[in-house]
Design a protein around this ligand. Sequence first.
Ligand code: MLT
Length: 324
Amino acid sequence: MTLIRRSLLAAAFAAVAAPAMAQAYPTRTVTIIVPFAAGGPTDAVARLIAEAMGRDLGQTVVVENVGGAGGTIGADRVAKARPDGYTVLLHHIGMATIPTLYRRLPYEPVNAFAPIGLVSPVPMTVIARKDHPAANFQELIAWIREKKEDVNLGNAGLGAASQLCGTLLQFLLQTPVTTVPFRGTGPAMTELLGGRIDVMCDQTTNTTEQIRAGAVKAYAVTVPSRLAALPDVPTTAEVGMPDLAVTIWHGLYAPRGTPAPVIERLSRALQVALRDDKVVSRFAELGTTPEPQERATPDAHRAHWMAEIAKWRPVLQAANQFAD
Ligand code: MLT
């Protein structure tokens, strides 16, 4: 068979079969790739929406953790997955910082993906091991300024939200510390609970319960208003560091080339999940909220994503921290 005939047949098949496949979608399990270790904040968000999306889709939605390299290994997995709607990525603000932080990647950090919708904006908390001597934020930053490289700050690697917040903190203090990267802030939290690292800036979806249990010390939240879930933790503005302001938005992505009807079906399932009572109440317990329905759409997600890339590029270039 000549190449032309093969190409024509392939095109004809795609023209006929793809819409039919999209009509029937989904007919089997959908996998959400989380580019960080299990037990962390990104994982927590993914597992909550996966269960609710599965109910709407009528298929099992599983979460697979593919950690490492600040979330780029998991993103690469989805960038190279079949564009059929059965492998999607739940990622966060890292999708806006990685295009600047990584100048050589095995995948195209923007064009390899098709946005499905925004999921949840998550505040961050500045926390320390529970036996830390600092009684408040001012004492904590004085301690960091004194100890410098003797401070062990945990994060989830270059491209992680915890790394972004930690970089901002060091930039604002003009004090470099020792950063300790993990495959996610789930494992990092284990080390903090054990007193083997000193401080971390991590999302409320991973820290709220530890703070409430007194298992770690909390010094500030990185959003303009105090959180109902953590009413006793002051904002960074209240403690004199208003520029330490960062909210970690999350989005769902399919590989580029996924048929539009499949993207739309996934977006509808995401919107249903974000209205689900269990998701809404659990998000509230963890200091976050679902994105409004109109933002859980491909167009709104793309617009926010592009704006965030443009916002963070000069900040990261000024910090001069690149992966390669
Ligand atoms: C991050 O720091 O980007 C996340 O907290 C990592 C994670 O979800 O484990």
